[in-house]
Design a protein around this ligand. Structure first.
Ligand code: TEU
Ligand code: CA
Length: 544
């Protein structure tokens, strides 16, 4: 256990900056608000927090468009508020990792202002500028937020490249000055005492030098081939990681936007990122235990002994998994939320809880375009209208693309604005917010919150659960995932009974030692010495 790093035993909690807690009553989350909730996180059992971007930003994409990497955005507080947050978190044994956007800056950033001022500007080459191809954009690359990835600049008569909004301009990572500038940024925040970075779209840093057109699939959808995972990407990431890892114990988690294990596995390990987000498991759209099992198995087989998977099922870019998996049935939603909590907190890997998932917050979705906030939804709406779709059709498309789902304010109590703020929040409240909140669930012993809390405590006590290796990993009856994990003499058996028929299990088949039932999402019937009957939709953990 000596060689274990802190983050291997840590459960992280993602805080979407504008939506967690508003400290000054302007309807937008901020550092004073978050600091006031550190005791809540500690009591829940959280060991690390991931903060989405809080740097100065026009917030076209809620901070993923940074205009000053050295300043805290005034809506989120002051630098003193940031410092005090770090201090208070560390006082409570909670580590802090910050989200950093290295791939692009805001178009309002001074670097881009200088770059766009003239073709001869000293910073021209900091971004990706191209001359028109016979009066057209240089190629067919599409922005993830709708429309072309190329924006025409009238004054210098060239296009610039943006993988996301036109206000999020891609940096040219082939330029060594860009690299150095970003290392300086990282050094600044490391000096402030942060514990690691979550690196946004880190596999986008290199695009193909040939700028070939991307292929288009049978549905007419662009396949993003040449605008990510290109030559030199591992060298660039390795360079950043070696720079950061010169400091002891700094954690680097990368967002590599892929569901393909064979791509994901390239990015982590010695000299590279510590871990990457395993979208192969996390972004399963439908609830199919066999798919979950297949991906867990795949992570076990494809990762080297130096690589650890990450575990997450929701994020600020995804639908909340309780809504994704629950098929609209309230009771089933709750049962599956608990089952997924058990998987998240006992399987092998580094877990990331998304704020509000611990109380089962549901998806929010704007019904009118005026209520929509996400640039991805709005961008596709605009593109659809431009392409001649009706407002109704455009809204339907925009609702499908919008990431507002998981960004509604954290629900702390039954007040009008959920205790998040006493003013109308920047985005609408989630469905059922007057019922679903921490104040209620902290009092109930069978709440989703209570189950998360129990699992977190159990994980802390049992290395088999946090850093153990699988001894057995199987799928039973088509619908149950069962595993045994061990670390030294510590042992655990976990049953995730996703099926709708009771499951009989002989524990001695699973463990050599006598284990005790320590956490279950429903009551378990004992049958014999070791044979137990597990009700449908029930998670159970036995430990020694
Ligand atoms: O996300 C990158 C990313 O791949 C997503 O935008 C994804 O394409 C989309 O959500 C699919 O629905 C990161 C951040 O997590 C996201 O919030 C930012 O908008 C994006 O980068 C740009 O910085
Ligand atoms: Ca505020």
């Amino acid at each position: 256990r000596n060689h274990k790093k802190w983050w291997q035993e840590t459960v992280f909690y993602e805080i979407y900056m504008p939506s967690f807690c508003d400290g000054n009553g302007d309807g937008i989350g901020d550092f004073p608000g978050i600091t006031s909730k550190l005791d809540y996180l500690k009591e829940l059992g959280i060991g690390g927090v991931w903060l989405t971007p809080f740097y100065q930003s026009p917030k076209i994409d809620n901070g993923y468009d940074i205009s000053d990497y050295y300043a805290v955005d005034p809506e989120y507080g002051t630098m003193e508020d940031f410092d005090s947050f770090i201090h208070e978190a560390h006082e409570r044994g909670i580590r802090v990792i910050v989200d950093l956007v290295l791939n692009h800056t805001s178009s309002a950033h001074a670097w881009f202002q200088e770059s766009r001022s003239s073709i001869l500007s000293a910073k021209r080459d900091w971004y990706i500028w191209k001359s028109p191809d016979y009066q057209k954009a240089p190629n067919n690359w599409e922005s993830f937020f709708g429309g072309s990835a190329w924006e025409w600049d009238e004054s210098t008569k060239q296009y610039y490249y943006h993988a996301f909004a036109k206000e999020q301009v891609d940096l040219n990572w082939a330029n060594p000055e860009v690299r150095q500038a970003m290392k300086d940024v990282m050094g600044f925040w490391l000096d402030k005492g942060i514990d690691g970075f979550r690196l946004d779209v880190i596999n986008f840093l290199k695009v193909s030098g040939d700028f070939q057109d991307n292929p288009v699939d049978a549905n007419g959808e662009q396949v993003h081939l040449y605008d990510q995972n290109q030559d030199g990407i591992l060298e660039a990431i390795g360079d950043i990681c070696r720079y950061v890892h010169k400091r002891e114990g700094i954690f680097m988690v990368g967002e590599v936007g892929s569901e393909d294990m064979d791509i994901l596995r390239l990015y982590s390990g010695s000299g590279l990122l510590d871990v990457v987000f395993n979208f192969n498991l996390g972004s399963q759209e439908n609830f199919r235990p066999e798919d979950l099992f297949r991906e867990i198995k795949l992570m076990e087989e494809r990762h080297t002994s130096e690589q650890l998977p990450t575990l997450f099922f929701s994020s600020h870019d995804m639908q909340r998994h309780i809504s994704r998996f629950g098929e609209g049935d309230m009771e089933l939603e709750e049962q599956r939320a608990k089952l997924m909590a058990a998987l998240l907190l006992t399987a092998k890997g580094v877990p990331f809880i998304y704020y509000g998932d611990e109380i089962g917050m549901r998806n929010y979705n704007a019904h009118r375009i005026e209520d929509m906030r996400d640039i991805q939804g709005l961008g596709h709406y605009k593109a659809a209208i431009e392409n001649g779709l009706t407002e109704e059709e455009a809204l339907r498309l925009a609702r499908a693309k919008s990431r507002d789902y998981s960004r509604s304010p954290m629900q702390w109590n039954g007040d009008r604005y959920g205790g998040f703020s006493d003013q109308a929040p920047w985005i609408g409240m989630g469905p059922g917010h007057d019922q679903i909140h921490t104040a209620a669930q902290q009092k109930q012993t069978d709440s989703i919150y209570a189950f998360y809390k129990r699992l977190l405590a159990l994980r802390k006590q049992h290395p088999a659960l946090s850093i153990g290796e699988y001894v057995k990993l199987e799928q039973l009856n088509g619908a149950a995932i069962v595993y045994t994990k061990r670390c030294g003499s510590d042992e655990a058996v976990v049953v995730l009974q996703f099926g709708s028929e009771p499951l009989r299990l002989d524990l001695f088949d699973w463990s050599g030692s006598k284990l005790a039932l320590r956490a279950a999402s429903q009551e378990i019937l004992p049958l014999g010495e070791s044979v137990v009957e597990i009700p449908p939709h029930t998670a159970v953990v036995w430990v020694n």
